[in-house]
Design a protein around this ligand. Structure first.
Ligand code: ACO
Length: 455
């Protein structure tokens, strides 16, 4: 039985039936009774294929006049999904049944993307076809170049990325039709996957004032991105397999993470039948915030700040623990992982390898190591189960690879793209209704309007 799935016997809830649960589907296996103001109601319990359980409250308001309240959705399932399974207590992350450890060790990012998008790992022919289709669509419309030019110097890369991905819907107006055939939507998915690295590298080039390096379609997905980003139009760029490997791993580790803030945003926006480009642009904006994907930028900025302040790590740990100080240790803690982040475990190893192979000697990284050691042994962090998350290590690797700090979240978005698209597709295929939560109103009761001259 799943560690969290303990039958609730208190609060007027009583399990009354249990049946065998077939794997592969969420089923109604039990019911609970809920007692409200002396009246008893029976509600279904939905069991997932990993035995996780949810009380289905979709009829609760109709039956009882009550809604549930769960600010921040800490305990609310917004959907059933067959894409990603995550157990935060046990530190398990699997996509379509495959462990993140196996995927990071053995697969390429494009293989993982295919698996997320189409539900199974590709065979050699499927993989070759997928790669070919992506190669066909790597160029972006030259009109986008003019849009880049309009951004003020120093514009944040995430603002640019969200705008550019949204703008794709204007270059492909047919994508706006919510009733398009499945194969037409499939082409949009390929286009988006193909153009994402091109757009990301253009953001990098434009901010440096360098000319765009066009896609080289003989290269694989990741090498092409590195070439477009770090290559120059005037000379060949030597692609380092260590960087390609690290980049593949980083993208895989970010490829999906079930119903997090940005994926939920994609689903909420997509539920209004907004087109794929705009739904993904919404996800990009959700990811930007410092409590989500933006944390990888914040980590490095925090480390720099500590260095400039003299490198006294303990002082900053004390600040993070002080309830009167708003400072938090960025890259520490996670909403769902409460023992360890399996992705952080994998990336920590990769981080050590990349730093060793690139021979990086960076005072900021020394501060990161000290911070990690101190936080892992401090009772405040141990009691609250706060440990370095994936953003802590990914920021360090990106810096060693030569990416500017404010570009880190763009790399996260590139990795998360297939996950967002898979979530959007699932929502659409299952014809899920428009998302529309309710609320408990806490404002003024009805009052009489007083005209301005009488106030
Ligand atoms: N530094 C110091 N204290 C912290 C930190 C931190 N990074 N994170 C949580 N705490 C403390 C809180 O103050 C709180 O203490 P209390 O119980 O004494 O009041 C306790 O730990 C629980 O914190 P919550 O904010 O309730 O935990 P929640 O699950 O809501 O938040 C979050 C998780 C947002 C990730 C939080 O840990 C945080 O802000 N971390 C830093 C930002 C970060 O790294 N975000 C990246 C997340 S991973 C990702 O998006 C891929």
């Amino acid at each position: 039985m799943n560690s969290r799935a303990k039958p609730a016997k208190s609060f007027g809830l009583l399990y009354i039936r249990e049946t065998k649960i077939p794997r592969g589907k969420a089923v109604m296996s039990e019911t609970v009774k809920i007692i409200i103001e002396g009246n008893e109601y029976e509600l279904p319990v939905i069991t997932g294929s990993e035995n996780e359980k949810a009380i289905d409250i979709s009829k609760l308001r109709d039956l009882t006049g009550h809604i549930t309240l769960d600010v921040g959705f800490k305990n609310t399932g917004s959907t059933k999904s067959s894409i990603t399974y995550l157990d935060g207590e046990l530190g398990i992350l699997r996509h379509r049944g495959y462990s993140i450890e196996d995927l990071a060790e053995h697969a390429t990012f494009l293989e993982v993307s295919y698996m997320l998008l189409y539900g199974h790992l590709p065979n050699a022919t499927e993989y070759a076809n997928f790669e070919d289709q992506i190669r066909e669509h790597t160029l972006v419309n030259e009109g986008m170049d003019a849009m880049f030019k309009a951004f003020p110097t120093g514009s944040h890369p995430m603002g640019q990325l969200g705008s550019m991905v949204n703008a794709l819907s204007l270059f492909y107006p047919k994508s706006l039709d919510p009733h398009r055939a499945e194969d037409a939507i499939g082409r949009t998915v390929i286009r988006l996957m193909a153009k994402m690295p091109t757009i990301c590298s253009m953001i990098y080039k434009k901010r440096n004032g360098h000319p765009t390096v066009y896609p080289q379609n003989k290269l694989d997905y990741v090498s092409n991105f590195l070439n477009m980003t770090f290559g120059q139009v005037t000379m060949d760029y030597k692609i380092d397999p260590v960087l390609v490997d690290a980049m593949n791993k980083l993208l895989i580790l970010h490829a999906d993470h079930e119903q997090n803030c940005s994926a939920s945003t994609v689903r909420v926006v997509g539920s209004s039948q907004a087109n794929l480009y705009s739904s993904i642009a919404a996800g990009i904006n959700g990811l930007w915030g410092p409590l989500h994907g933006g944390a990888n930028q914040e980590v490095l900025e925090m480390l720099e700040k500590i260095r400039l302040d003299g490198g006294n790590v303990q002082k900053w740990i004390d600040k993070a623990k002080d309830k009167n100080d708003p400072f938090r240790l960025m890259g520490f803690g996670h909403r769902v992982y409460k023992n360890f982040d399996p992705r952080a475990k994998i990336i920590k190893k990769s981080c050590d390898e990349v730093l060793a192979k690139l021979g990086v000697n960076d005072p900021v990284l020394e501060i990161a190591k000290k911070l990690e050691e101190t936080a892992l042994t401090d009772p405040y962090f141990i009691e609250r189960k706060l440990f370095p998350n994936v953003d802590f290590y990914s920021g360090i690797i990106y810096r060693a690879m030569g990416f500017p700090t404010d570009f880190f979240t763009v790399l996260f978005a590139m990795g998360r793209l297939p996950g967002w698209v898979a979530q959007w597709q699932e929502l659409r295929r299952e014809k899920q209704p428009i998302a529309r939560p309710r609320q408990i109103y806490t404002g003024e009761a009805a009052r009489v309007f007083v005209p301005m001259n009488q106030r």
